[in-house]
Design a protein around this ligand. Structure first.
Ligand code: HAM
Length: 431
């Protein structure tokens, strides 16, 4: 018992980099998630779910140095090395290779859930965060890439986030320029992605590729319209034009989707190792340091996980960042409100209050009732803090007349009506 007062003085804190979400925040997050799901369904994507823990080697072998350093991994009670997923793509492709490959192509799937990365936390960067992830497996590259970028942009539009910059690059060209086996490319690309120039210099030196440093540094700064593709091709001598022509064709296909404002950014390198083709990122300039709301691209993982060669492309959103971007732009998210808060006036009308409550709930109207026996004015305060739409007052005169008094908490107007009328009235939701 001696330890109890001390324990009381020191409340538990949540682990660093994790979040608690209160009711208001959770309502906004769910609203965003619902809009993203609806948009994915409109684009013909279907939801799948994969485990939160996976075998460690699913990530260590394939995701690259950036992710491996950040893994939450441990031995389970059976001595197996497992890790909390840092992202969805490796799990989705594992599932595809083992089971989903028998589905008709293309396979278009999305998932929503929490992922874990041991990063240095700051605003918008957490150790546990939710992602919305979409993948297309088995569509021709151009068609698949255009469709995922179109979905990504429509997701942002559906949430109401307008101030965004879409940047598209091609990692395949950089890989070809490095002329290194894939396992040697990871670190160079990692330091390029982080724009850590001293580390890049050391790595190139270690590989005997110092001559590539100047062109690489010049290349990753190229950003703008189609002319940067020509400049890029001239810097990456000997690599050919294939990837640059591909980006031009992709921009033309996106134009046909009504997406005309893409920027080519040859410096999009991405933090994950599996990308091999087009890569893209979307920033919300309103978010400060952690401004990237989503990223993705075409990758090669199925072969590495024991499957047949097939084209794969996708992207993921950080749910927190899209909510922050929406808030920064003042977007009003359609969050659900309690329709009715029932206030029995005095003990004698508790039973009648419950009758009204049950009738409302039974008819699909969200309704709550005073559980504390408060007086009417404190009950109205409570209903207002809940942001209920109507307070439903149940007292002697109303009960005698077979009605309830309905106070509109937005306008302050009050009128009497029968419960059937209230049900119709409260079912018309304008939010
Ligand atoms: P990623 O760029 O590592 O890509 O993550 C996608 C998004 O997750 C980022 O754009 C960002 O919004 C969010 N995010 C990343 N780290 C954090 C963090 N520490 N805290 C909060 N949000 C964060 C992927 O995960 C790939 N699997 C995307 C993909 C799918 N590529 C192909 N298919």
């Amino acid at each position: 018992m001696a330890g109890l007062p001390l324990a009381r003085r020191m409340p538990f804190e949540r682990p660093r980099g994790t979040n608690d979400y209160g009711p208001e925040e959770m309502a906004r997050r769910r609203a965003v998630e619902t809009l993203l799901r609806e948009t994915a369904h409109r684009f013909g994507f279907r939801e799948i779910s994969t485990p939160t823990i996976e075998h460690l080697d699913l990530f260590t072998a394939k995701s690259g140095p950036g992710i491996v350093e950040e893994l939450y991994n441990f031995k389970d009670k059976g001595g197996r090395d497992v890790a909390l997923r840092p992202e969805f793509t490796a799990s989705v492709v594992r599932f595809y290779v083992s089971e989903l490959r028998n589905l008709p192509k293309p396979v278009k799937v999305y998932s929503v859930g929490n992922v874990f990365r041991y990063e240095e936390p700051q605003k918008g960067r957490y150790r546990e965060f939710a992602q919305f992830n979409a993948e297309i497996i088995g569509a021709p590259a151009l068609q698949g890439d255009a469709e995922v970028i179109a979905l990504a942009i429509e997701c942002l539009r559906s949430v109401g986030v307008k101030d965004v910059a879409v940047r598209i690059g091609h990692i395949g060209m950089l890989r070809a320029f490095l002329k290194l086996p894939p396992e040697e490319q990871g670190k160079v690309l990692h330091w390029l992605d982080k724009r850590n120039l001293p580390a890049l210099h050391d790595e190139l030196k270690r590989l005997g590729l110092e001559a590539l440093e100047a062109p690489l540094r010049e290349y990753v700064e190229l950003k703008g319209g189609p002319d940067v593709l020509d400049k890029g091709a001239s810097i990456l001598e000997g690599v050919g034009r294939e990837g640059f022509d591909y980006l031009r064709a992709l921009a033309a296909r996106l134009q046909a989707y009504g997406i005309g404002n893409v920027t080519f950014d040859l410096g999009v390198v991405r933090g994950l190792d599996y990308y091999t083709g087009m890569v893209f990122e979307v920033d919300s300039p309103n978010l400060g340091a952690e401004k990237q709301v989503m990223g993705g691209g075409a990758y090669t993982l199925a072969e590495l996980l024991g499957g047949e060669p097939v084209s794969q492309t996708g992207f993921a959103f950080g749910l927190d960042r899209i909510v922050l971007a929406a808030e920064a732009e003042g977007v009003k998210l359609p969050t659900p409100r309690l329709d009715c808060y029932v206030v029995p006036i005095g003990k004698a009308f508790q039973a009648r209050g419950l009758e009204v409550l049950i009738a409302l709930r039974g008819a699909g109207v969200s309704a709550d009732i005073d559980l504390l026996g408060r007086g009417p004015s404190r009950n109205l305060d409570y209903a207002n803090t809940l942001k209920a739409r109507f307070a439903v007052l149940v007292g002697e005169s109303e009960t005698k007349k077979g009605v309830v008094a309905v106070k509109n908490l937005d306008s302050g107007m009050q009128e009497e009506m029968r419960i059937e009328e209230l049900i119709v009235h409260a079912s018309v939701r304008t939010h």
